[in-house]
Design a protein around this ligand. Sequence first.
Ligand code: ADP
Ligand code: MG
Length: 257
Amino acid sequence: MSELDIRNVHVGIDGHEILKGVNLIVKQGEVHALMGPNGTGKSTLAYALMGHPSYEITEGEVCFKGIDLLELEPDERSHLGLFLAFQYPVAIPGVSVANFLRTAINAQRRAKDPDDKGISIPEFRRMLKERMDFFQMDHSFAGRYLNEGFSGGEKKRAEVLQMAALQPEIGLMDETDSGLDIDALRIVAEGVNSLRGPDLGILVITHYQRILNYIKPDYVHIMLDGQIVETGGPDLALHLEEHGYDWLRKRKRSAAA
Ligand code: ADP
Ligand code: MG
C-alpha cells in the first residue's frame, strides 16, 4: 500500500520560514482534510510536495512509496502516482484539454514501461467522454485550450477530470472548492467521491468547511502558522465551523508562553 509520509517538513520562501515542522501521513484509501485560515501555509505544503522551485525544503523528509520524494523532479513525482490539483490552475494557450490529458497519460504510461505505445485514440476518446459525462461537462470542453477563459467552476472540474484520468495513488486537492457555486461544488465533490476507494488517498486542502459536507474525510488536520496543531475525525471540522480557530490560537499562544 502506498503512503505519503511527511516528516518534520520546514519550508522557506525567499529565506522566510513558512512551514515550521509539518508531520502528516496519508495512505491509499484514506481521505484527509487539511484546514486552516488563509495564509497559514497549506498551499505552501502542496507546492513543496510537488517540487515547485520557489519552495525550498530546508529541513525534514518526505517519503512516497518508500522513495525519497525530495530527490525527484516534479514529473517523476507525478509518474510515481502523486497528483496535485492547483488552487490557481494556470492556462496553457494552444494546448487543448484532450491533448494535455493524452500527453499526461502517455508520459505516465511510458514512465512505467518505456515500450508502451500510449493509449489508443479510440480508447482515450471513450474514457474522456465517459468522465466528462460523469462530471456533467459539455463534450466541447475537451477541445478548449486548458484553463484559457475557463470560469472558476470549469477550472476546478478540469482539475478533477485530470485526476480521474491520471488515476494517482495520492491526490492533493488545494482549495478545489473555492469559487464554486453550490451545484458545481456538488458535482466536483461527487466526482471526488466516485474516485474514492482503496487505491486512492486524498488530501483535501480547504479553509472552508463547506466541501466537507460533501466529501466526508476520515481525518481532519488543522494548520496554524505553518504547523499542524490538531488532528481528529470528521467532528473536528464541525467543531471548527461552530467555534472557529480562536481556541487553537489561544492554546498555541499559551503553550508558547
Ligand atoms: P494558505 O494556502 O494556507 O492560504 P499559503 O501557503 O498560500 O497559505 O501562504 C503562506 C504564507 O506564505 C503567506 O504568508 C504567504 O504570503 C506566503 N507565501 C506563499 N507563497 C509565496 C510566494 N511565492 N512568495 C512569497 N510569499 C509567499
Ligand atoms: Mg492556499
